[in-house]
Design a protein around this ligand. Structure first.
Ligand SMILES: Nc1ncnc2c1ncn2[C@@H]1O[C@H](COP(=O)(O)OP(=O)(O)OP(=O)(O)O)[C@@H](O)[C@H]1O
Ligand SMILES: [Mg+2]
Length: 129
């Protein structure tokens, strides 16, 4: 498992590159590599922009029959008050597109958000081969 601090835009790019490299090493298809890199980029950017910075832990996942990539994003920011609302396409508190979270969910196979207002947010995603 590798850990990446996310406190600048460059860190977001590094997180994306690391995800793409691991996907490459695990021989994911080209389309899946792009899905993984896109989701990681969106989630890392949320950690930076909304969470005020944090970290990504990335590594191999296994479920007995197949391998995958697991990425966990953690911050100690303001948290998400209404997760259902945050997961709605087009919802944003930032006059952005509001497609990051729902987009990442569609791109990956497993998606879990845990958040407590005033404490922070943890998003975990997995892509299986
Ligand atoms: N790590 C986080 N900490 C606090 N709030 C978050 C976090 N991630 C997402 N949110 C909240 O969920 C909303 C939706 O996130 P989402 O990524 O879907 O859209 P966005 O970041 O606003 O826009 P886009 O990703 O399209 O540029 C955000 O506007 C923000 O209010
Ligand atoms: Mg976003």
């Amino acid at each position: 498992m590798d850990r990446f601090e996310i406190s600048t835009e460059d860190d977001v790019v590094r997180a994306r590159t690391a995800a793409r490299r691991l996907a490459e090493n695990l021989a994911f298809s080209l389309i899946d590599k792009t899905r993984i890199a896109t989701a990681v980029s969106e989630l890392a950017r949320n950690t930076l922009v909304h969470g005020g910075g944090g970290r990504m832990v990335i590594g191999e996942a296994a479920n007995g029959t197949t391998t995958g990539i697991r990425c966990t994003f953690t911050d100690a920011g303001p948290g998400i008050g209404d997760i259902d609302q945050a997961m709605t396409d087009g919802f944003t508190t930032n006059s952005s597109l509001g497609h990051g979270l729902p987009g990442a969910k569609r791109l990956m196979d497993e998606f879990k958000v845990e958040s407590n207002v005033g404490q922070g947010t943890c998003v975990e995603v997995i892509k299986w081969k």
